[in-house]
Design a protein around this ligand. Structure first.
Ligand SMILES: CC(C)(COP(=O)(O)OP(=O)(O)OC[C@H]1O[C@@H](n2cnc3c(N)ncnc32)[C@H](O)[C@@H]1OP(=O)(O)O)[C@@H](O)C(=O)NCCC(=O)NCCS
Length: 178
């Protein structure tokens, strides 16, 4: 049975391992090899430890935990960063599940839970930037995300074209994953 809960500081090593494993499996076909291999578990553990300590109030992190097995996915949200998408205040920043846990409805429940945490922090809308060639675009579309903008490769030093999806009715998104 998979449970979704707020992450604790001691989850940082597991989150880092999953971050790198899913990054390597999902993004290897989307971007250059050297960019994939630059991402290390050590650097990710430092980053997640920082988010779980210094930014815990504004940047909720959740994990999906398979009882008796361990953490199988994570996600986080917070205030929208970067260029403003007019009218959107929150952002779904990451949502990663190990491949064997994908397509079982867990990601839908996790996005819904992150929406709950954004609403609790005063957000009424949220966006997510996704690599345009990532099959996960199908997930964000299935979750009712409206296409808001496209950020072309090489703008802001990015190697890939990204699409922004947006939700203005977070309670509806919460109900969708319930
Ligand atoms: C994106 C991700 C979190 C989705 O989680 P998930 O648990 O697999 O998604 P769900 O099972 O809740 O899917 C809900 C619906 O979304 C759609 N969907 C999900 N994954 C899809 C895909 N790869 N392609 C097309 N549609 C997809 C489907 O309509 C699905 O319903 P169905 O399975 O009944 O057809 C997961 O696939 C993942 O971890 N991907 C790798 C990391 C990544 O790219 N994350 C996104 C950027 S941060």
């Amino acid at each position: 049975m998979v449970d979704i809960r707020l992450a604790r500081i001691e989850d940082a090593p597991a989150i880092a391992r999953i971050h790198v494993a899913v990054w390597q499996s999902a993004y290897r076909q989307l971007m250059q090899e050297e960019l994939i291999d630059q991402v290390t578990v050590e650097a990710r553990e430092e980053m997640w430890t920082d988010i779980l300590t210094a930014y815990a109030d504004t940047h909720p992190v959740i994990v999906a935990e398979d009882f008796g097995v361990g953490i199988c996915g994570f996600g986080n949200a917070g205030p929208l960063r970067g260029e403003a998408l007019l009218g959107y205040s929150g952002e779904f920043k990451t949502l990663y599940l190990l491949p064997t846990y994908q397509r079982r409805g867990i990601g839908s429940q996790m996005l819904s839970r992150l929406a709950t945490h954004l609403v609790e922090r005063g957000h009424t809308s949220a966006a997510a930037w996704v690599v345009a060639t990532n099959p996960a675009c199908g997930f964000f579309e299935a979750m009712g995300g409206a296409i808001l903008a496209q950020r072309e490769a090489d703008e802001e030093g990015d190697e890939l074209t990204d699409i922004a999806y947006g939700w203005t009715d977070l309670p509806a998104l919460i109900r969708r994953g319930a």
